[in-house]
Write a new protein. Sequence first.
Length: 655
Amino acid sequence: MNIMNKIKIVICFIACFFTFSCDFLDVVPDNVPTIDHAFANRTEAQRYLYGLLGGMPDVGNYQGDPALCGSDELWISESAYSTNPRTLTRLLKGEQGPVDPLANYWMSRQNGYALNGGKRLWTTISDCNFFIENIHKPYDLMETERDKWIGEALFVKAYLHFWLFRQYGPIPLIKENLPIDTETETIMRYREPVDEVTDYIVSLLDQAIALLPLRLENETDEMGRPDQCIAAALKAQVLALAASPLFNCNPDYADYIDKRGVQLFPQDPEAVKDKWQKAAVAAKEAIDMAHEGLHRLYDAHTDFQTAAGLSEETILAMQVRGAVTERWNDELIWGNTLLNNHAILQRFCCPYFTVDQMQGSQGWPSWSPSLRMVEQFYTKNGLPIEDDEEWVGKDFWALRTATADERQYIREGRQTAALHFDREARFYGSIFFDQGTFFGNSQITTDNTANAGNLYVSNFKQGEMTQYAPNQRAPLTGYLVKKLLHYRSGASGTASYSNYNYAFPIIRLADIYLLYAEALNESLDAPNDDVYFYINAVRNRTGLKGVVESWRDHAVAGKKNLPATKEGMREIIRRERLNELAFEGARYWDIRRWKLAEDYLNRPIRGLSVEESDAADFFVETVLYEPKFEKKDYFTPIRTEILTINTNLLQSPGW
């Protein structure tokens, strides 16, 4: 090997370090003692394993998870982040770019901020390879535990490839670490085609499923670590992603071809149905496995059966809120126990219940849903507002006074907008609105109808309650997210705030039910009973009737047969996912994989006139921002310097 080739290899190894390498990758000689020490015994190997588990993205972290506030679900003031103004609502503001990308998980940094704790995903993938290659070395590790740990490492490796795949499109595959004498061209990896990436991730998950337990045996110490149910659910998500319009037969990417001449996005329309069939099979297997592992849809009736005085309305509203916030409830297949900012996130959702609290430091009410989200939830009849014949011609902003019969959701005798009446229970469990009731704030045995805050008169100016101060910590749209605030969390007095932590949901059983309904519907010419069964199971637990009955009895004339067709059920299933999984990060990824982000994210972000103190003026639609989403925004750009070093990598499409 001549000197120039040696120099090139050194340069390329340095480049790989900053792209998809790590502390150990391709640097075998200097680190052999370190690696040997890491696998000297069970204790050291376990520490290495914990490093792998800790190297996964911090899902639900308000500073780093783009799915949390990077779509049109929320509109948040920068000041809500105090000294850390790194809100990824900047993605909506057109601030994404290849020089210093936002949500830069390729390098785990953005604007000098150590994203994901500074741990590169490529680093952890490579660490997984070293772990799998060396875990045979500890002399005191039993075979059964070794197999389980290998399964966990395989899962982490699969999940990180999936995360990067979902965010960047076709990606390099780090199947194994490269030796020091590898040729330059091999070191500079290429993106691989969508189908190849999908098959590889699925193969890793299949291997992991064979080694992992069905469900964790030591839940106290191991909650959040992968098991068969988690791996099977992730497999279903991977296959559904690959079958979805963004990745499969997308004509916008027909010419996305690398310098090898490899077409990276599949363009065969004959393969579409087969891919959805594979996704449906995987989702059904995940459901069956979850049931075998004793996962069930959350039922608030069980949790609150001993609570005196709770109404059926309150319990129905708690169904979705409890499924998200109740610690390790049976519906939660996988939750994030690594969340560093969860207490702050709940605090952003906590309203001021009394005047004096605004002078203290209890809640920081700023996690503010857009008006579009308020409108998106169903009516009490289980239909979108625009499809319900009872809502035709209704004035959403007409003031209406709540009666005694409506007191469980709206403060009796108070006025609020007609838009807030006669909605589905998930609406009342997800969104705090002016004069809406709020079960919780540590009052857990009676309906909390007395703690409804008057949002339109909340202010941060001492001694005044006349208008919002929208440049401070305030709900800029006139609404707050209720769903993410545990009912035991809350504020009292002027200086007291209590936080009840929970694992932020990564995968819930309801998600997989709806994913199965979607994949099955897409694989058929018309929906069958299973499609209806799994979507209805999610609807029924919050008091809604099945889709066929709901549309037949309450839809406008042109929509009564909507559930009978594949296209109609596609529309219904997508809306169901957006409602059921609202504010959990699913929307960000779903509207992208459906290739609908260009529609959703090119509409104005709307709210109420929060600076007005009079109710009639408060309930007026206001445009807060007009985002602009382009085709290139479907995928995150790779930092420019990476492409300069590795010329085999294509920039993300459109960038």
